[in-house]
Design a protein around this ligand. Structure first.
Ligand code: IMP
Length: 429
């Protein structure tokens, strides 16, 4: 028996929500370890649709949910989400939700700075979610963050806020945005403290206890490898590391606890926000994928850019992300297409290249080299066994496995939790 870590292998929105939900039903504890409320997971359970941004998906299955120290926590967004799911019938208490006391907070200054900076970037904007994620991580690394445990020492907040505001107000004023007063932030913290503190604890210690008791832990990644601050399409990335290695440091467990790494990949590719996307389709096929796949951002509602499956990028995500097996999602969106293409390499300035370059200029210039195969007419939607898939769809999946050098261990064929074909149970690995 192993723990399981789920990460995205493309630019996010690979359909992690459903897979994590499915795996959560077999886990005891579900842990978020990076990112914040920039993530968006949609879970469909019977006639209920849960939209989660910060809460670990396991809560929907009555499991313990954990927000690790690697997450940046917007306390207001968290409380709003708790209120929303509570109204839908979930029970969220300090017994079912553990939040790392050493997690940094996202404060109103962070969202304001994120949005002011994006506005100032004009054509060079990153397309962030505007939720303060980047500025909050910057403060953590700069050692001026307010962490949850600081709320238990209110007498120290005065000088901490002075330091924080000196930095942020200088920037906000320079950008022509509204500045903040210390009292505004103190009032904000005073309001959220009584609700937030009861959830905070030493997550690392409880997870260690869980490990010793043989409890199954599911680590739920957010965003994806191509949005990783080191390995992604920098600077068009998020501000955290999204690879599986971070499940350990972002929750305070040993690297060996990460277990089986399940990489989620859509059967095609999507991206929200700006940045290079070699296989993006600007034609009717791209629009068809977007319409059939309901490709709109869960968090921002922005339409997602759509394109063919990029095997080169995913092979890289498999290697740097430590992926043991792939969960391939939304295969049914490709049903009925005459032809389907897979990117198997690139051309850069007339030269063939086999890996994605690192410099943003080169990333924007690469042209995909495609392998094209016939599509299938039959529907794959709702298939629950390999035998129910058309032969051509099986060929497509097999070719993907060869190109990305990783096995497809799980195939999802509709948003419904049970429409899943399991080749190998990651918890039993
Ligand atoms: P940030 O994380 O808000 O700073 O945004 C940085 C980039 O990551 C932008 O391109 C966002 O659209 C993208 N991003 C952040 N979170 C997600 C996600 O959960 N799914 C897809 N894209 C995301």
């Amino acid at each position: 028996m192993s723990n399981v870590t789920v990460i995205g292998t493309q630019w996010g929105d690979e359909g992690k929500g459903k897979i994590v939900d499915w795996l959560a039903s077999r886990a005891d504890i579900v842990v978020r370890f990076q990112g914040g409320h920039n993530a968006g997971h949609t879970l469909v359970v019977g006639d209920q649709v849960y939209k989660l941004s910060l809460l670990p998906s396991g809560l929907v299955r009555g499991k313990i949910g954990v927000i690790g120290n690697g997450v940046v926590v917007d306390p207001k967004a968290l409380m709003t989400e708790i209120d929303r799911v509570t109204a839908q019938g979930l029970v969220v208490t300090p017994e079912t939700l553990w939040i790392a006391e050493n997690a940094p907070l996202i404060l109103p200054v962070h969202g304001a700075l994120d949005r002011a900076r994006e506005a100032a970037r004009g054509d060079h904007k990153i397309g962030t979610t505007g939720r303060g994620i980047g500025p909050a991580y910057e403060d953590k690394v700069a050692r001026r963050a307010i962490r949850i445990c600081d709320l238990a020492e209110p007498e120290t907040l005065d000088w901490k806020l002075d330091e924080l505001l000196l930095h942020h107000n200088t920037l906000l004023a320079g950008l022509g945005a509204e500045t903040f007063t210390k009292d505004q932030l103190k009032d904000f913290l005073a309001e959220i403290t009584p609700r937030l503190l009861p959830f905070s604890c030493q997550v690392w210690d409880r997870l260690d206890e869980g490990r010793r008791a043989g409890r199954r832990i599911l680590f739920e990644g957010a965003q994806a490898v191509m949005l990783d601050v080191d390995h992604g399409t920098y600077p068009f990335v998020t501000s955290s590391n999204t690879v599986a290695a971070v499940a350990a440091s972002g929750s305070g467990v040993s690297p060996s606890s990460v277990g089986f790494v399940l990489g989620i990949a859509k059967a095609y590719t999507t991206r929200v926000g700006e940045g290079p996307f070699p296989t993006e389709l600007h034609d009717q096929t791209g629009r068809t994928l977007g319409e059939r796949g309901h490709e709109f951002g869960t968090v921002t509602g922005r339409p997602r850019r759509c394109g063919w499956f990029d095997a080169v990028l995913i092979r890289r995500a498999v290697r740097v992300g430590g992926v043991s097996g792939i969960a391939l999602t939304k295969l049914d969106v490709l049903d009925g297409l005459d032809e389907i293409s897979i990117c198997v390499g690139y051309e850069l300035d007339g030269q063939k290249i086999e890996t994605f370059p690192s410099a943003p200029g080169a990333q924007a210039r690469v042209k995909p080299v495609y392998e094209t195969m016939p599509g299938w007419k039959e529907t794959t939607a709702g298939a629950r066994s390999w035998a129910e898939l058309p032969a051509q769809a099986i060929k497509y999946v097999r070719r993907i496995e060869e190109l990305i050098e990783a096995p497809v261990t799980l195939l999802s064929t509709s948003p419904e939790r049970d429409d899943t074909i399991l080749m190998r149970d990651p918890f039993e690995d």
